[in-house]
Design a protein around this ligand. Structure first.
Ligand SMILES: NC(=O)C1=CN([C@@H]2O[C@H](COP(=O)(O)OP(=O)(O)OC[C@H]3O[C@@H](n4cnc5c(N)ncnc54)[C@H](OP(=O)(O)O)[C@@H]3O)[C@@H](O)[C@H]2O)C=CC1
Ligand SMILES: CCCCCCCCCCCCCCCC(=O)[C@@H](N)CO
Length: 330
């Protein structure tokens, strides 16, 4: 009896406390709070969907907001919408993130940036076999090289800012940037690339008090998503339905809260939280609680991940069998 009590005590009290104490000492980088009120938040792709919702959110919280996208018309509409909603005037910049010179001009005109949100993105869900190589290159150019262009343009001034407050660079990735999904060969590759970029960049800019975040939304109701759905493979829909769909405002709220608390990974829903814990790998973790959960839940989440793989491959197998019996519906 005394032995049972002793092992219960060790397992559920001593071990967790020792783990917490150990994690408390080793966790790097340390926690940080990044205020956005009265600071300059610059959002790429801010004229539509998640980016526009981010602009609304940041303006509501008292930030000075700039948005950048290609279409001047959509930018103007976004500006009017934010003005109508919040009374705040956002600055707009028409540029293609693939064009470094254009991006640099916009950034210089906008003035020193405290929070850079790299939200622009293009997505086509299609089997690689059916996708033109030009579309693959386009996806990589906008989603990946576009981020490099922006960061190269923003970083020099961000590093020498007079403001002693912490600054932020946040990437809008996707849950398809945490796990490869059928139909997203190009898109998943582009979003996975952002994780490598973010992890390396965080080590390079930590000494300048700049903090990097990666936001992982699930399917989100936006104009881009409506367009994507027009030719999305059935299997992509089935697999992506493993995570719930969200509204752009909800994603924006999660993203802004995550940026303010300096989180490296920012999941947006409960499936996303499980996915972030399951794919924690060697990413930095500032939160003691999250680090604790990652350590304790690693094994069980690996089992959950394998169950998801089992169900996805099962859907793929069934879909192929069905297609063989009725070949006309490709
Ligand atoms: N909606 C979803 O289901 C999900 C979306 N995401 C990610 O969220 C981000 C936003 O998506 P969402 O709001 O749905 O997309 P939308 O298509 O609704 O909006 C995309 C925005 O990016 C801008 N943009 C696109 N290409 C460029 C470019 N080359 N240069 C500058 N700006 C550009 C667009 O403006 P313009 O065309 O005028 O340039 C627009 O403002 C993307 O990175 C996407 O991958 C992640 C998970 C789920
Ligand atoms: C233990 C693990 C739990 C796992 C739950 C896994 C759920 C994964 C679902 C992935 C959904 C991908 C959506 C991509 C959305 C997107 O980016 C496009 N709409 C393009 O905009």
């Amino acid at each position: 009896m005394a032995d049972a009590y002793f092992s219960f005590f060790t397992l559920f009290i001593i071990f967790p406390l020792a783990l917490l104490a150990f994690l408390y000492f080793i966790l790097r980088p340390r926690t940080v709070q990044i205020p956005i009120k009265n600071r300059h938040v610059f959002i790429t792709g801010g004229s539509s969907g998640i980016g526009l919702a981010l602009a609304h959110r940041a303006a509501t919280e008292g930030a000075r907001v700039s948005i950048l996208a290609r279409s001047p018309k959509k930018l103007e509409e976004a500006k009017n919408a934010v003005k109508l909603n919040t009374g705040i005037e956002v600055a707009v910049f028409a540029a293609d993130v693939r064009d470094y010179d254009a991006v640099k001009r916009a950034v210089e005109e906008a003035g020193q940036i405290d929070v850079l949100i790299l939200n622009h993105g293009v997505f086509t869900a299609l089997e690689l076999e059916k996708m033109e190589l030009s579309e693959v290159k386009f996806t990589m150019d906008v989603n990946v090289i576009g981020c490099f262009n922006m960061i190269k343009a923003v970083l020099p001034a961000m590093k020498i800012r007079k403001d002693p407050l912490p600054a932020s660079i946040a990437f809008v990735s996707s849950q398809a940037g945490q796990v490869g999904i059928y139909g997203y060969a190009a898109y998943s590759a582009s979003k996975f690339a952002l994780r490598g970029l973010a992890e390396a960049l965080q080590q390079e800019v930590i000494a300048d008090n700049i903090h990097v975040s990666l936001i992982f939304p699930p399917d989100t109701d936006t104009p881009g998503f409506v367009e994507e759905n027009k030719r999305k493979p059935e299997l992509t829909k089935i697999i992506a339905a493993s995570s719930g769909a969200m509204k752009a405002d909800e994603v924006a709220q999660k993203a802004i809260d995550g940026i303010k608390s300096g989180s490296f990974f920012i999941p947006c829903n409960s499936e996303g939280l499980a996915l972030s814990i399951a794919t924690a790998g060697l990413s930095p973790q500032r939160s003691l609680l999250m680090a604790f959960v990652e350590v304790v839940a690693a094994g069980i989440l690996r089992i959950a991940s394998l169950c998801f793989q089992w169900s996805w491959y099962d859907s793929i197998e069934k879909w192929h069998i069905q297609r063989k019996s009725s070949p006309q519906s490709s």
